[in-house]
Design a protein around this ligand. Structure first.
Ligand SMILES: Cc1cc2nc3c(=O)[nH]c(=O)nc-3n(C[C@H](O)[C@H](O)[C@H](O)COP(=O)(O)OP(=O)(O)OC[C@H]3O[C@@H](n4cnc5c(N)ncnc54)[C@H](O)[C@@H]3O)c2cc1C
Length: 391
């Protein structure tokens, strides 16, 4: 990987963004609106994106992917959301894969990655959050107990997305009770499991209707048996494996937000320029124009931070502060742009057929998930600025 630390995109990166945007043009706003109303998964879109190879972007060439960097993954997701679509339906595959790549055995990589690259298998589900642990992952209560050549899993997960649309799930569970480990981050393990044979056999999936179309579920494990060789890396080291993937997740989610934000600005500029009230376009009024211009500036700043984080990541330079700040700045910029977009549309901002309210609901998620912005601020306060720990 070259150490490209400029803030401009290469010709190849611009071409990639344009190609994804072209594919997305075939999926009109009505497509996303209709799925949103029915809370259904964008199967046709995801199949086409997979066939075109975009969801395999980060898979190395030796395992059948193009071996692109996180910057390219970020541009793909940004282009989807900028087009009016919702990359939340597929973004997890890109960031979950890193755990398998970095910590999986050669046999696991050979068994799964080439089939994920062709689209034969989907790795879209990531099972971490629990009702009694929330943001404090060390308090997970789901257990995986080894019995011969199997682990037996018991417990519950909350808000686990795409379990019904995915073949594989990365699961975090406790393999050693918390009172038997030195550090509370020890004793958690990661498993890559095939969920297809488990549904109804120890795994109950209860879909949750959310504010936006996100295919999210509550999961219940009742003596769910999984093969012992589904363990990734060493038993008990799962927390650090998940942490390793966090920077990629932050950069990719920041890119979802940047795409949303840019969609809001395009939409707001177009509407404010053509809607005539009191004899002139509403965009001529500074009360309408300035919130849009200010949101645009916030987006450009967040884009710089996202690009810095992505280029550092691809160059192998530690980028925790940059990745976290990018996620924070981009998600806040998207909400700022969304608010300006709703405002300038007046009543139409709330009408389903304008898509503004749908995108607003979708963009709002990223202030809260996959990690809430309070915890990002706590990370910056404590780890970047050296202030006392709050939790
Ligand atoms: C649509 C959707 C999809 C999701 N998909 C997945 C998924 O696929 N897999 C998965 O594992 N999880 C998923 N999640 C879960 C998500 O990551 C969690 O909601 C999130 O981590 C927060 O956990 P919690 O909801 O229990 O909130 P809590 O941990 O209960 O926190 C509630 C609020 O309290 C505040 N807070 C908590 N602690 C502190 C603190 N120390 N300092 C300051 N403020 C604090 C924060 O503002 C936070 O938003 C999803 C969530 C949603 C909404």
């Amino acid at each position: 990987m070259t150490k490209d630390m400029t803030f401009t995109l290469s010709d190849e990166q611009r071409a990639l963004k344009a190609a994804v945007a072209d594919l997305c043009k075939q999926y009109a706003p009505e497509y996303w609106r209709d799925l949103d109303a029915r809370r259904e998964y964008p199967e046709r879109f995801i199949d086409e994106l997979t066939k075109a190879g975009y969801l395999a972007a980060l898979i190395p060439q030796e395992y059948g992917g193009p071996g692109l960097g996180i910057m390219e993954g970020a541009l793909i997701l940004e282009a989807i959301n900028h087009s009016g679509g919702n990359a939340g339906a597929c973004h997890a595959q890109m960031y979950i894969m890193g755990t398998v790549l970095r910590h999986g055995s050669e046999a696991q990589k050979k068994a799964y990655l080439p089939r994920i690259a062709t689209g034969e298998l989907r790795l879209q589900a990531f099972g971490v959050t629990e009702p009694n642990a929330g943001s404090d992952t060390t308090k997970l209560q789901t257990t995986a107990v080894k019995k011969g050549d199997r682990y037996v899993v018991n417990g519950q997960k909350m808000f686990i997305s795409r379990v019904l649309q995915s073949d594989l799930m990365l699961l975090l569970a406790r393999t050693t009770p918390v009172d038997q480990v030195k550090k509370k981050t020890d004793g958690l393990s990661v498993f890559l499991i095939d969920i297809r044979p488990l549904k109804g056999k120890g795994l109950e999936v209860r879909p949750l209707r959310m504010m936006m179309n996100h295919s999210t579920n509550a999961l219940f494990f009742d003596n769910m048996e999984i093969p012992a060789d589904s363990l990734i890396g060493q038993e008990g080291k799962g927390f650090s494996y998940i942490l390793d993937g966090m920077n990629a997740e932050r950069i990719l989610v920041a890119s979802d937000s940047l795409g949303d934000a840019r969609w809001f600005i395009d939409k707001a500029v177009a509407y404010a320029s053509q809607r005539v009230i009191f004899g002139k376009p509403i965009g001529a009024n500074q009360g309408v124009q300035f919130p849009i211009a200010k949101a645009h500036m916030a987006i450009e700043a967040a884009d710089l931070m996202r690009t810095k984080a992505a280029k550092m990541f691809d160059a192998g330079i530690p980028c925790g502060p940059e990745a976290n700040m990018a996620k924070y700045l981009a998600s806040e910029a998207a909400i700022q742009a969304g608010d300006a977009c709703v405002d300038c549309h007046g009543g139409y901002g709330f009408a389903e057929e304008y898509d503004v309210e749908r995108k607003f609901r979708e963009a709002r998620l990223y202030r809260t998930a996959p990690i809430n912005n309070n915890l990002v601020a706590a990370y910056v306060g404590e780890h970047v600025l050296g202030m006392p720990r709050s939790y």
